[in-house]
Design a protein around this ligand. Structure first.
Ligand code: DPP
Ligand code: ZN
Length: 868
């Protein structure tokens, strides 16, 4: 497979004004007839080009131009293209193809999930349905007819509005859908199945009634409420904050069990992975509730940032994803705690995105080349892309940013555009020059900012110096300086914010040079700097903190994010010291800091719950030059146990303070915080082998009326030394929930994710379990993915068995589902982080995959780039 390059972009040679599709769905396969109204693109640089259509695994049965069959010598099918020569400037092309959704295991195009037909077309799945110009800058009107057996598939859905429906012979029926909005084919969707429908209504700000419908399999009929509530909140929020109203009479969500991504924003017909939309208190954790709310919002927001204004080409993916992730983050912050949302996002960014930025697949937010676009639905395009939009928001301020987004939506409505177009709108409304800033889109890698400071008591001057650099990444050895908005505050000895020259207590500095200094005048005494407040830029920050400074910031910083981060840094320094000097004593300063946190009932309890969690093993690995996984695990475990032992009384008080009486389950911030605190305390106590806590956990496990508490107790048991109770609880949990896929996935993850229950033999046993199915991405992720990404001591076992196992699974999966295979291999690509012996073993595993025969382009790209 060959890479394609952004610099090679050319406008399409033909445009499709209208697309008419007819689907005849059968148990053996499906016939798809397509009628395309085509014309030459006046903006094309090739006025005599042949018509070239994309198509994969299609059996072409007929082809006609303007109603006349095309002669065999005038067209050819080669590889993934159908070429038709000597076509007129304007014509109708009709093709008829036969496809086999039942045999489709890659879950792209049209496929069967459980008893229903469904589709996934982004990025390039539509070409598996019919011959088409499958690129996002070809936008067309769609009219879709679906015919199928009426008893098996009573519900027939596609984009837009249903304009006709009726009964046919032989027990079949049909429906016709018309979408009044032009769209690229990646936003096409079709669903046919026997589904329950829950309805609701939303009245838009201009008074239009929109019918909301959620379609699920009948067994999930009682899991629709939260999805619909989240949808209505999202619709109202997008009107309030961005002035964006919904534009069709009906909005539909469908839940399917087999899905590669989390969800898909098809116009008017969003399709969701069941695990990202189905919820009820008995089966869904608080995290699940919040995740669903965020994903429903994300997909809904795409209706404007993605659908009405879409991407010119797939290099621009972050145009819609970065912006939409930023929008959903703002939404979640508004729905709950701003600080906590920020902490969660930064945690993902610093552990996983920074690792991606430093790995072999490192790429800019706007990639310059790729082999397989599916590999670029990444943390960099999504999360770092959102950080880039967030920095623009910081640089412009909320008001100008809103003007910029209004301009963007009105100027480019109905068009396929670029990240440059987006930035240009922001420049135009604000008058701010973002030329240098745009390097964030073009340069890969995580910038490092090294800060030093000096206080001169004689002149009462406080000088801060900032040095920025960015490590080399594949294909980019030299980096130019970034434009970095760096938010800062200064604390005096009493912990109060010092007023800064801008009249506020936080100031945003513009770092644009490799080295820059800033002097604050009239500072009474050596201040404690609060650096990079709110994590104002996605950078690695280096500053020589003392433990005392960190403890001080932990209790005094007025910036909630930095309060939390100071605690994390303190714990990191402590654990890093234990790793390097071999000591196993947890210093008093950490214990005291934690004691203060646990006893703090004044501060936002959601923030307190976050502050109680130690940095993860993944993050400690990310921070290490050469990571010793076993040692990191050991030190973190010991730290947890010692904290649990030293703070036993405080933790017990915390647990009891947060036991809720019998009031009904609610997902508001305070209730969630109480459950988190209680379950965190329980887990810390149980780790120390506390018998009283064991009884609490067993009682909670039995009596829980919601999944957060039930699985909270189960997780505490799993991580405890009480082997028998753990085994019993795990097995009774399965008995209780075996008929619920979403709970079984959680049950798998809990076991795969830690060494007590997820050593390699246990993982292999889970894969033999009746509930496991390697064709189902959720099950595969919850067993194999969780093992390789979270159960680090087992995955990095000394004998290399974890690596060999993963390689075996990846090879097997690649033949079924390349997208999933290529994601799953990621942990092996991080070999540079580990010892020489581990590196050798990991590369050997990669080499075995590479030489294992016919690889998908997806897997080929990741594996070959990782071995360079
Ligand atoms: N469905 C995926 C998302 O919303 C891809 N567009 O991010
Ligand atoms: Zn998205």
């Amino acid at each position: 497979p060959q890479p394609i390059y952004l610099r090679d972009y050319r406008p399409p040679a033909f445009l499709v004004d209208h697309t008419e599709l007819e689907f005849d769905l059968y148990e053996e396969g499906a016939q798809v007839v397509s009628r395309l109204k085509l014309r030459r693109n006046p903006d094309s640089d090739n006025a005599r080009a042949s018509l070239v259509l994309d198509g994969v695994e299609l059996e072409l049965r007929s082809i006609m131009i303007d109603g006349v069959e095309v002669d065999a010598e005038r067209y050819s099918v080669e590889g993934e293209h159908l070429e038709v020569r000597d076509v007129p400037d304007e014509f109708e092309l009709e093709t008829q193809v036969w496809i086999k959704p039942q045999e489709n295991t890659c879950l792209e195009g049209l496929y069967k999930s459980s008893t229903m037909f469904c589709t996934q077309c982004e990025a390039e799945g539509f070409r598996r349905i019919t011959y088409y110009i499958d690129r996002p800058d070809v936008m067309s009107l769609f009219r879709t007819t679906i015919r199928a057996d009426q008893s098996l598939y009573p519900v027939l859905l596609s984009n837009g509005n249903e304009v006709e429906a009726g009964v046919l012979e032989d027990g079949r029926h049909f429906a016709v859908w018309e979408d009044p909005h032009r769209k690229p084919c990646y936003l096409f969707a079709l669903v046919a199945g026997d589904l329950h429908c829950q309805k609701d209504v939303f009245v838009t700000s201009s008074g239009r009634e929109v019918e909301l419908r959620m379609y699920v399999e009948h067994r999930n009929a009682n899991k629709c409420d939260h999805g619909l509530i989240s949808l209505k909140k999202s619709m109202a929020w997008d009107e309030d904050v961005y002035g964006r109203e919904y534009d069709l009479d009906v909005f539909m969500i469908v839940a399917v069990d087999d899905f590669n991504m989390g969800a898909m924003e098809n116009k008017g017909l969003n399709i969701f992975n069941s695990s990202c939309v189905l919820a009820k208190p008995e089966t869904t954790t608080d995290n699940g509730y919040q995740r669903i709310e965020a994903i429903v919002a994300h997909e809904y927001f795409h209706n404007w940032s993605g659908n009405r204004v879409t991407c010119r080409d797939w290099f621009q993916l972050s145009l819609k994803e970065g912006f939409t992730v930023f929008r959903d983050a703002q939404f979640s912050a508004d729905m709950g705690s701003d600080t906590v949302k920020r902490i969660e996002d930064v945690t993902v960014l610093r552990t996983a995105q920074f690792a991606e930025d430093a790995g072999p697949m490192s790429h800019p937010v706007r990639p310059a080349s790729f082999i397989e676009i599916s590999n670029f639905y990444t943390l960099t395009v999504y999360e770092k892309g959102a950080e880039v939009v967030r920095m623009i928001h910081t640089l412009l301020g909320a008001e100008k940013f809103r003007q910029g987004s209004d301009l963007y939506f009105s100027r480019f409505d109905g068009q396929a555009v670029t990240t440059d177009d987006f930035v240009a709108c922001m420049e135009e409304v604000s008058g701010i020059d973002l030329t240098q800033f745009k390097r964030w889109y073009e340069q890969a890698g995580t910038p490092v900012i090294r800060v030093t400071d000096f206080y001169d008591p004689d002149t009462r001057e406080y000088r801060l110096t900032f040095r920025q650099s960015c490590p080399a990444t594949p294909q980019q050895t030299e980096k130019l300086p970034f434009h970095i908005p760096f938010a800062i505050g200064l604390l005096d000895a009493s912990g109060q914010d010092i007023a800064l020259p801008n009249g506020a207590t936080t100031q945003v500095l513009h770092l644009t040079e490799p080295e820059q200094s800033l002097v604050f005048q009239n500072i009474e005494a050596q201040p404690v700097p609060s650096l990079l407040r709110g994590f104002s830029a996605p950078v690695r920050l280096e500053y020589n903190w003392s433990l005392e400074q960190l403890k001080f910031l932990m209790s005094h910083d007025s910036d909630g994010f930095n309060r939390w981060d100071a605690g994390q840094k303190l714990a990191i320094v402590v654990m890093q010291n234990m790793i390097s000097d071999g000591s196993r004593d947890v210093p008093e300063i950490l214990i005291e800091a934690y004691r203060k946190v646990i006893n703090d009932t004044e501060t936002d309890q959601a923030l307190i719950a976050k502050m109680l969690s130690l940095p993860t093993e993944q993050y400690l690995i990310e921070l290490a030059d050469e990571a010793d996984v076993q040692l990191i695990h050991q030190v973190r475990e010991i730290t947890q146990e010692k904290l649990g032992g030293a703070l036993r009384e405080e933790l017990k008080a915390c647990f009891q303070r947060n036991v809720q009486s019998s009031e009904a389950y609610a997902v508001d911030a305070l209730s969630i915080a109480k459950r988190t605190l209680r379950n965190t305390a329980l887990q810390m106590l149980l780790k120390t082998g506390d018998e009283e806590a064991l009884q609490w956990a067993l009682d909670q496990f039995q009596a829980a009326s919601n999944m957060t508490d039930q699985i909270g107790a189960l997780a505490a048991l799993v991580h405890s030394p009480f082997e028998n109770d753990r085994a019993q609880a795990l097995s009774s949990f399965y008995d209780q929930w075996q008929s619920d896929n979403q709970v079984v996935e959680q049950w798998f993850s809990l076991q795969s994710g830690n060494p007590k229950t997820g050593h390699l033999q246990a993982i292999k046993a889970l894969m033999q379990h009746a509930a496991f199915d390697i064709r189902n991405p959720n099950k595969t992720r919850s067993v194999i993915g969780v093992f390789a990404n979270q159960n680090l001591t087992c995955f990095h076992a000394e004998d290399g068995s974890g690596y060999e196992f993963l390689a075996d699974q990846v090879i097997q999966l690649d033949a079924l589902n390349p997208q999933i295979a290529s994601r799953l291999v990621t942990p092996l690509t991080r070999w540079r982080k580990y010892s020489e012996v581990r590196q050798g073993q990991m590369k050997l595993a990669l080499q075995r995959i590479k030489s294992g025969g016919k690889l998908s382009p997806d897997l080929f790209e990741v594996v070959s780039k990782s071995l360079v």
